[in-house]
Design a protein around this ligand. Structure first.
Ligand SMILES: NC(=O)N[C@@H](CC(=O)O)C(=O)O
Ligand SMILES: [Zn+2]
Ligand SMILES: [Zn+2]
Length: 434
């Protein structure tokens, strides 16, 4: 591995400085730092340095749906988006509900070498919501699973949810809940509102999300466990989590870039690219999740990168699949919605997209501060450049991005994963990281 010397980098937006990296570790940060022996020099003039981004919620689709994404293609997209670690959701085929599947996913991630892949383990066998999965075996496996989720499906049975919460305590794990009451959302197609009535699409009421979150908060308090709320999307959900944190309940929450940006109005196009679970909500909800992210009620931004093959999206709204890709645009959306309007600074971005997700997932060596002694996981971004999102500049194997045809601020110029350059001057470095 080549030593690196980064000059003129604005660490978290501060004054330009130098960063020395030796054998994959940051050894010095400051204007007086000197180049390590044989170092490749990276001139970061005009670039902001952030810790490598960490996604707590990525669908990599392997095993089973390799036409939509593979561990290789999804992690390549992650590196392009400035990530150095992703958590791979368990709703694969076969489901990641046992040690051998999570070890396989972790192995594929290590082989690809683009980012650290942390597999998420299913809560229930085959995501059926009936029997607990082999949680302990996954936690103790080589994949060191700490995040458990039936994402895509809600752990609806309160007894099963209670048992899962109790179980993860013994290995400091967390249950990440996809909060969706299945009965209240039977056949649902978009947010329930006057608009869903007008469009003739079956409504998905906010209460379907909020009632599950309320129950889970009470359960987490009752058993004293760690709960994480996936892709929270309504003002009421923000209120519930705010209330729970005040009471000292051990809860964390995430919001997606798309819920920070889009409203339900996108459904008027009937373009299934905007069909997602949970659905895009009202303007008031978008305002509330932004506010929740600013005041710390919402801990992190997670992509919920959900690639789907063309045939699942190139169709009528009613039959289209739920989900949108997000790894390549997440940081830009956070800049657009939070940094540019002055609601967040770069240190906040580092917190919600790197250090906090690493802490929730209990990932050592990720999300560390940019200082001597930390693992060299970094992303260098040009905050000014705007880029046009088009169908042919997608790195993911799928193209179901809602940002196509739009322009977003910020470009990832360099990504450095454990001291290896995965993106250089905006280009993916095929092979260099191996
Ligand atoms: N978000 C989505 O709309 N879809 C996800 C599942 C999920 O995150 O619930 C998927 O796996 O496609
Ligand atoms: Zn989900
Ligand atoms: Zn998901």
């Amino acid at each position: 591995m080549t030593n690196l010397f980064i000059t003129n980098a604005r660490v978290l937006g501060q004054d330009p400085t130098s960063i020395a990296i030796e054998n994959g570790t940051i050894t010095a940060v400051g204007p007086d730092a000197t180049a390590p022996a044989g170092a490749r020099v990276i001139d970061a003039n005009g670039l902001i340095a952030l810790p490598g981004l960490v996604d707590l919620h990525t669908h990599l689709r392997e095993p089973g749906q390799e036409d939509a994404e593979t561990v290789e293609s999804g992690t390549r997209a992650a590196a392009a988006g400035g990530y150095t670690c992703v958590h791979a959701m368990a709703n694969t085929n076969p489901v990641a509900d046992n040690a051998s599947v999570v070890e396989q996913v972790a192995h594929l991630g290590a082989k690809a070498g683009w980012v650290e892949v942390r597999p998420v383990g299913a809560v229930s066998e085959n995501l059926e919501g009936k029997h607990l999965s082999a949680m302990g075996a996954m936690a103790q496996s080589q994949a060191h699973v700490r995040v458990f989720s039936d994402d895509g499906k809600c752990v609806w049975d309160p007894v099963l949810m209670r048992r899962a919460l109790e179980y993860v305590r013994s290995f400091d794990g967390v249950v990440a809940q996809h909060a969706q009451d299945p009965r209240l959302t039977d056949g649902a197609q978009m947010n329930e509102s006057p608009l869903s009535g007008r469009l003739g699409l079956a409504g998905w009421p906010a209460v379907a999300e909020e009632s599950i979150i309320a129950r889970d908060l009470q359960l987490a308090q009752h058993v004293g466990s760690r709960l994480h709320v996936c892709h929270l999307s309504t003002a009421g959900s923000v209120d519930l989590v705010r209330w729970a944190k005040k009471r000292g309940i051990n809860v964390t929450a995430e919001v997606t870039p798309h819920h920070l940006y889009f409203t339900e109005d996108q459904a008027t196009s009937y373009d299934p690219r905007f069909k997602v679970n949970p659905p895009l909500r009202r303007r008031e909800d978008v305002e509330a999740v932004r506010e929740g992210l600013v005041d710390g009620t919402i801990d992190i931004v997670a992509t919920d990168h959900a690639p789907h093959p063309l045939e699942s999206k190139d169709c009528e709204w009613q039959v289209g699949a739920f989900g949108m890709t997000g790894l390549e645009t997440a940081l830009s959306v956070v800049i657009e919605t939070m940094v540019t309007p002055g609601k967040m600074c770069w240190a906040d971005v580092a917190r919600v997209m790197s250090s906090a997700p690493a802490r929730i997932g209990r990932v050592a060596g990720q999300g560390q501060p940019i200082e001597a002694g930390s693992v060299a996981n970094l992303t260098l971004i040009d905050p000014e450049t705007r880029r046009d999102i088009t169908l042919d500049n997608q790195v993911s194997a799928s193209t179901n991005t809602p940002w196509v045809g739009r322009s977003l601020p910020g470009s990832v110029e360099w990504t450095i994963y454990a001291g290896r350059v995965t993106v250089a001057e905006g280009e993916l470095q095929q092979g260099d990281h191996e």
